[in-house]
Design a binder for this molecule. Structure first.
Ligand SMILES: [Zn+2]
Length: 277
């Protein structure tokens, strides 16, 4: 027989080790020992929390599954998608191997791949003259501002991706808006961790052992598009439960919209940063 407890956090009366209203745990004497504290500390420093690794490995290997579980109500074994998203963001901005989201002034103006690059260079040249500062100083200010903004824009991206998912699944999948948001978060975590960090490290590894083709920007862009395609194709089954034909079609639609939105994202990021400087 377990005894009746009064929850210290919400005053609810319950039986067992956890409050059935707010989830507060009844503290054991052993939870107050130094060993327990040190264990928590090691977890916090090394991110050895098994929920984190379990979620990440599944997101990379079985895209859409964690979101499927989360929406169904199997939440305890995984890290919350929103927390994981902010952690992925933090990692991305600490080690920006690819500057896809945090596009520096150099890439905005000197790279030929954007429609707005030429116009951007002209605007920057005029602005540098008008502000009477050196190009280097302008660049430093610009890059600081753009990093700040892209952190906010990444959150906007989650909503855009969710909107895209809900549009292409109208009438065909019994999902609510919050469900589309969950899978959108998973896709953004996947992009930030799998494509930008893991794949980025692999590229650096290849470069070190002398595989020169990895220097090409086209190669890395195509690989990232392929990786995102892998995610969507699998998520269409694991999360939305579709069959082959429909999965191919949806994957292509998502990829095309994604590529277009990346161009728009970079242009938008440039003009907003420029305007706010
Ligand atoms: Zn409680």
């Amino acid at each position: 027989m377990s005894q009746e407890n009064r929850c210290l956090s919400c005053s609810n009366e319950f039986e067992g080790k956890y409050c059935n209203q707010c989830g507060e745990k009844v503290i054991d004497q052993k939870d107050r020992r130094l060993v327990y504290f040190l264990g928590e500390l090691v977890n916090a420093i090394t991110f050895a929390d098994s929920k984190l690794w379990k979620s990440l490995v599944l997101i990379v290997r079985k895209p859409g599954f964690v979101s499927y579980e989360y929406v169904k109500g199997v939440r305890k074994p995984y890290m919350r998608p929103l927390s994981l998203f902010f952690l992925a963001n933090l990692l991305y901005f600490l080690f920006p191997i690819f500057n896809t989201f945090n596009t520096t002034l150099y890439h905005q103006t000197k790279s030929f791949s954007f429609l707005h690059s030429e116009e951007a260079s002209r605007m920057v040249a005029n602005q540098v003259e008008a502000m009477d500062i050196s190009y280097e100083e302008f660049e430093t200010r610009y890059n600081a501002k753009t990093t700040e903004l892209s952190k906010m824009l990444l959150i906007v991206m989650v909503f855009l991706v969710a909107a895209m998912f809900s549009i292409i699944h109208i009438g065909s999948a019994k999902k609510l808006l919050a469900d589309h948001l969950t899978i959108a978060l998973e896709l953004m975590i996947y992009i930030l961790v799998a494509c930008m960090q893991i794949f980025g490290l692999l590229l650096i590894g290849f470069k070190i052992i002398g595989l020169g083709f990895t220097n090409s920007e086209t190669f890395s862009s195509l690989s990232v598009i392929f990786l995102i395609g892998f995610f969507v194709y699998n998520a269409e089954r694991n999360f939305y439960g579709f069959e082959k034909k429909r999965r191919w079609f949806n994957t292509i639609v998502v990829l095309v919209s994604f590529i277009i939105s990346m161009f728009l994202y970079r242009a938008f990021l440039f003009f907003v940063t420029f305007w706010m400087l």
